[in-house]
Design a protein. Structure first.
Length: 296
């Protein structure tokens, strides 16, 4: 039971938007996770930065044995009908391996909503870290021979999974009776290329750490120069130099990115994971001798 609770907690960012209304039938915006026996031995530590939800970041997190293998799925024929069918997610294209993880931080209690209802979640504890994975081979009968798996073209794939292949920048989606390729949504595209699809009046733009559809306008944050970082960001985000401390390696000094609007420098998590608002004269929030301070 603890493992299942942990899985729900670590995937909360995905589960807040997993319901599929009638207009989105066939969208792979759910994850189906399978408990597994994994022989790989992992002993690692990492800093985990949540740019959209800073309070859920973690410093010095320990990562150990893999516990689950998760694949994108479509949920249909839900009975009884869920109360919040309007909550939908983005198309998921990757499988995930979820490792046992432990971080010292405890995020605050939070009000959440998904397809099944709204409620307050309490007593958060990091228990899993899910990383993108690929199925490279299968061995149904022995360990001496393997059978490579090759996905068919999207048009020949079976519904509702639609696990076929598409040209780069497109995703294989379920049209009901058949599968077809559609342009990858902008929110699922990779920065800085940002080649995803947007509504006709908008453009997929680079915001440094993610891509988003925006109407024609000023220079996007990802194309601005640090430390000024005077580019545009979506509402409730700020354009700023990235955090200097992340996995022990400082990012390129000339880059900018959009980050959720935080409190003043150091008030979110504190040293050594320093970020927050600084004055223009000293725009970088950094760890200086164990204290978060604004510097140039």
């Amino acid at each position: 039971m603890r493992a299942i609770r942990g899985l729900s907690g670590i995937l909360s960012g995905l589960l807040v938007a997993v319901a599929v209304p009638a207009r989105g039938q066939g969208m792979l915006d759910h994850l189906k996770c399978h408990k597994t026996t994994d022989a790989l031995v992992v002993r690692a530590t990492a800093n985990l930065r949540s740019e959209l939800q800073p309070l859920y970041s973690g410093v010095g997190c320990r990562i150990a044995k893999a516990r689950y293998f998760c694949v994108p799925v479509t949920k249909a024929d839900v009975a009884p009908a869920p109360p919040n069918p309007e909550i939908v997610g983005h198309q998921l294209l990757d499988s995930y391996v979820c490792y046992h993880a432990k971080c010292p931080e405890s995020p605050p209690d939070t009000e959440v909503a998904d397809q099944f209802g709204s409620r307050r979640q309490t007593h958060y504890r990091t228990s899993l870290l899910c990383v993108p994975a690929q199925i490279v081979s299968s061995s149904p009968t022995s360990t001496t021979s393997t059978t490579s798996t090759t996905s068919p073209p999207c048009g020949a794939a079976a519904t509702p999974q639609c696990s076929g292949t598409c040209p780069m920048g497109e995703a294989c989606v379920n049209f009901g009776l058949s599968c077809g390729c559609l342009p990858l949504p902008c929110g699922n595209a990779t920065a800085p290329q940002c080649t995803g699809a947007c509504p006709a009046s908008e453009t997929c733009r680079n915001f440094g750490t993610f891509c988003a559809c925006v109407p024609p306008g000023p220079l996007p944050c990802g194309d601005a120069s640090a430390p000024q970082c005077d580019g545009a960001c979506p509402q409730d985000f700020m354009c700023a130099p990235p955090i200097r401390l992340f996995l022990g390696s400082p990012p390129p000094p000339a880059s900018c990115g959009c980050f959720a609007v935080p409190t003043p420098c150091g008030d979110v998590l504190g040293s050594p994971l320093c970020f927050g608002v600084c004055p223009s004269a000293t725009p970088i929030c950094a760890d200086l001798n164990g204290t978060c301070e604004c510097t140039q």
